[in-house]
Every structure is written in structure tokens, then in C-alpha cells.
Design a protein around this ligand. Sequence first.
Ligand code: ATR
Length: 281
Amino acid sequence: MTTVTKAAPAACLIGWPAAHSRSPLIHHYWLRTLGIAGGYVIEAVPPDDLRDFVLRLSLRGFVGANVTIPHKEDVLALSTPDPRAKAVGAANTLWFADGELHSTNTDVEGFINNLDASAPGWDAAEEALVLGAGGASRAVVFGLRERGVRRIHLANRTLGRAQTLAQQFGPNVHPIGWDALDEVLPRAKLLVNTTSLGMHGQPGLEVDVARLPQSAVVSDLVYVPLITPLLAAAQARGLKTADGLGMLLHQAVRGFELWFGQRPRVTAELRALIEADLTKS
Ligand code: ATR
């Protein structure tokens, strides 16, 4: 593990195993283009060491951190979570304020800000259909509720998981089985895939995009491949789309701002840089 001793502020990504992440590329791009002296490194922290690592984050010289698998839930008890982190049940960003370590979940704003940028006006949708009921789905459902979507149909292979999530998020969320998809699709002005279906190496996602209304917006959290079969089908029908890479870039904004004091922008140049990295591997 690194102990950062330089005067320049540095953040890190805490994960186990230290996954191949695009976050260093994103934050180094912003540090470079904004002319900020700072750093961002990956820290492989096994579960048994998480508590010690987080409690000594500042002593190690870090101004904050991103948190990824498998630590996103455990880090809540080691920090002061904001309402988003609490509602989602997981945090991905840590920072210090008033001598305390705070945590939030920036997937919520990553998802919402990407929709705002890619499909302005999407929030006229009164009914949305969200596929999946895991951690990513919780961030999506929280964001949609916050933005006033009245009815969120939540479809999951394991119905019980969707029901549990609906109980926590209240009466706007309606759990449905996978077999009810065809019935709900014609009413969904927004369709969001939060499952791993359609990801490289995973089974395909069988959703009949032709059943969606003509004004529907389609969003996929999967970003490998960049244009998933779901997004390709939606685009072929002329529907607006918001992709997973856009969400990945937008979720990184807040952490950078909290650690380095300037709000960075998601630019076409940054997107091209990450796209090039994704397509080379
Ligand atoms: P994440 O944090 O990325 O959301 P997760 O909590 O493991 O990951 O959730 C994965 C989601 O993808 C779940 O909704 C899961 O459905 P189940 O709850 O039924 O497991 C869904 N998923 C994964 N593989 C799937 C498959 N082959 N068919 C249908 N849904 C699948």
C-alpha cells in the first residue's frame, strides 16, 4: 500500500482485488487539463484491512477516495453517510469535511446527470421501467424518485429482490416479474437496464424495443460494449439513448470536486480518451 507523502493532494480507489479501473485515467485527465497538482492511485485493500485503511486515510496522505467492490457497503459504518448513501445502502466516494470522514453515492447523480446531458426532457416521463434489482438499480430508483417519476416498474429475474427494494422505496415502485415485461413496455417512457445482461461475455438482454412508445428514452448502465445491443436496437428505432460510459464519467465529477476543489466537466475529449482505452482492451 502506498503512503502518499507529497504535498499535493491525492485521492485513491479502494478495492479488492484492485480492479482494472478507468478512474485513474479520468481523474488524471481532469488534473492535467485544469492544471491542478494532485494524484489518484489504486489501492488494493483486502476486506480484513479495510477498517484500518479507512481510519488512517488522512494519515496516509489522502484527501478522499473512491470505493469499489467489495467494500461499498462496509464503508458506510466507517464514515458519515449522506441521505443518498444511506438510501442506496452503499457508498462509492469518501471525503473529509469539518474533521469528519463523509460518504456519498455518486452513481445517483452520475445516472441522472448523464440522462440530462444525453436526453434532455427525459423527466417528462411519468412511468419508467427499470430492469434489475441489485445495487446499481437502487441508485437508479433513488434518482428517479428524487426527480419525480411517478411510477417506476421494477422488473427482476428474482421477483423477491424487486419486492424488497419496492418496500424500501415506497408506493411509486411496482415490482414485476420478467414475464410481465411485454405488458409494461408500451407505457414506459424511460427504460433502464441495470442488469449485466448484454455485457461482453454475458447472456443477451431479450427486450422487445418495438413495444416502447415512440417518445421513449432508453438507458443502459453496461458500457462494454459501448453500444449494447439494447442501445443499438433503440437507436435503430430512432429513440433517444443514454449510455453506460456517460454515467461512468458523470459519476466521477463530484468526487473530483470534493477532493480538489474544482468542478470538472465531462467533455467530448475525455469521452474519446476513455472510449479509446475501452476499445483497445
Ligand atoms: P449491481 O451492483 O451491478 O447491480 P448485483 O447487485 O449483483 O449487481 O445485481 C445484478 C442484477 O442483474 C440483478 O438484478 C440480477 O438479477 P437477480 O436478482 O435475479 O440475480 C441481474 N442479473 C444478472 N444476471 C442475470 C441473468 N442471467 N438474467 C436476468 N437477470 C440477471
